[in-house]
Design a protein around this ligand. Sequence first.
Ligand SMILES: [Zn+2]
Length: 82
Amino acid sequence: MHPLENARRLIEQYAPMCGARDEALRAIDDMLPYCDADLRVCSECGVEFFLTQPAREFFLSRNMNLPHRCKWCRQRRKAAGR
Ligand SMILES: [Zn+2]
């Protein structure tokens, strides 16, 4: 099991019902997609960006190439109409 999933389970099991618990669980949920994420380097601006597992599956399921550019460069190119 992934350490974060393990932490989530422990929090659910032992932390009392309170705002902090919900916050902790939410923080873990936010991080989970990045656990298996690929750290890639943008071919255009050289910035490092994460390709999360769901995003990767999205591209692969559509037989699309995995992105070589960060989302900002992709947005910029899209806006430029290319
Ligand atoms: Zn870029």
